[in-house]
Design a protein around this ligand. Structure first.
Ligand code: ADP
Ligand code: MG
Length: 372
């Protein structure tokens, strides 16, 4: 593998043109690179910040080949691309992230198995292949349980929480003909995540520990401050995982903390993550900057400096409706609007980041009022 083989003006191909692809493209262009984007949506956010656009489904080999003709290096903005299609492309093109990691992590079962094998702690879980396995999971793990589809879930989609026996019928129906994972529903004290980047040379840099609040299983806010009591424990878990799973670029590990203070790995996103968006304004490198540095085989900064404690709030369709008229009055909100065509309820349309200074425990009062 030759490193630093890229010249300014070379093209980074991104599979997926959503907000993550858009923010990656913006980092890449700032550093002097061109960007090509593949997406099935002709009016996706990243299209309008890219030099080249390929209009194709994520798993379309001809489309991926068209993307690779433009590209000196290929990356992806989300993991639900087809790992087999990526494998075909990776044989003939420079795909520093490879296809194996996507293959493992896009399936919740193989993801959990790989994390557990690495020695990191996961929530007790069981494979479900039909209604009888639901009964077995209730016997082995007990209630409450969360059933999750193995492929394609995000923002809580494809999940069923089973708290009492009366809901079992629904669980049997979900399990009928489907492979699922059943996991113990943790009585959560907090949720945290940690974003990291790793380059081809194996250098790793960690962002601050992110405290995440979810509403309706969708990320609502992320708060970061200079020090976090779980930082060492979280990094120790990530180190176990990256010993076993190949990561290049930015990735995020999500954790649960239960009422006893015990830390569990929930899931891993092998790409920039919603909980890392604050880094654009609050850190000296954003998670997108370090992603681009990593896939180019550039050196990574030794550490990430957090300029100020910060909070990020997502703007869903309904939030934009409520908040849009306030933007002109609030330059301190650091508004990001992704440019998605259709404004829908619970669809992530943008986010805002507030730099809190030393005021670590304060959530911005106006926004809280509005969100009641
Ligand atoms: P995704 O983010 O892919 O939709 P997650 O597995 O991260 O799926 O679930 C989304 C959210 O649902 C979590 O961040 C957490 O708030 C809640 N959740 C999921 N699984 C559990 C669990 N086993 N115990 C408690 N809460 C859970
Ligand atoms: Mg999640």
């Amino acid at each position: 593998m030759t490193l630093n083989k890229f010249a300014l003006g070379d093209t980074i191909g991104i599979i997926g043109g959503g907000q993550l692809g858009k923010m990656m493209a913006q980092s890449a262009q700032r550093m002097g690179f061109k960007v090509a984007v593949l997406d099935p949506d002709e009016r996706c956010p990243a299209r309008f910040v890219a030099h080249h656009f390929v209009h194709a489904p994520y798993n379309d080999i001809a489309g991926l080949k068209a993307l690779s003709r433009y590209s000196d290096v290929i990356t992806y903005e989300f993991e639900n691309i087809n790992a087999e299609a990526l494998e075909v492309i990776a044989k003939e093109n420079h795909v520093p992230q490879g296809f194996e990691t996507v293959h493992i992590l896009q399936n919740r079962l193989s993801e959990k198995e790989a994390i557990a094998r690495s020695g990191a702690t996961v929530v007790p879980y069981r494979r479900i292949e039909g209604p009888a396995d639901v009964d077995a999971a209730v016997r082995e793990i007990g209630l409450p349980l969360v059933l999750k589809t193995v492929f394609g879930g995000y923002d809580g989609k494809g999940q069923l929480v089973v708290t009492e026996k009366a809901q079992l019928e629904e669980a049997y129906n979900m399990a009928d003909g489907n492979v699922l994972v059943a996991e113990k529903r943790i009585a959560l004290d907090r949720e945290i995540s940690i974003t990291a980047s790793r380059n081809l040379q194996g250098e790793v840099v960690y962002f601050p520990v992110q405290e995440n609040v979810h509403r309706n299983q969708i990320l609502f806010s992320t708060t970061v401050k200079q020090a976090h009591e779980y930082r060492a424990a979280a990094i120790a878990e990530v180190e176990k995982i990256i010993h076993k799973i190949h990561f290049v670029g930015t990735f995020t590990v999500e954790f649960f903390i239960d009422k006893e203070g015990k830390l569990y790995v929930n899931e891993i996103a092998p790409r920039p993550h919603n909980s890392g968006h604050y880094s654009i304004e609050a850190c000296d490198y954003s998670q997108f900057d370090t992603h681009i540095l990593s896939v180019l085989g550039y050196r990574l900064p030794k550490q990430i400096k957090l300029h100020s404690s910060a909070v990020m709030y997502n703007l869903l369709g309904q939030d934009l409706d409520l908040m849009e008229h306030l933007f002109p009055e609030h330059p301190e909100w650091h508004v990001h609007v992704y440019g998605k065509e259709a404004r829908k309820e619970n669809r992530k349309m943008g986010h805002i980041t507030l730099l809190l200074g030393d005021d670590t425990d304060t959530y911005y009062p106006i926004y809280k009022e509005l969100m009641k």
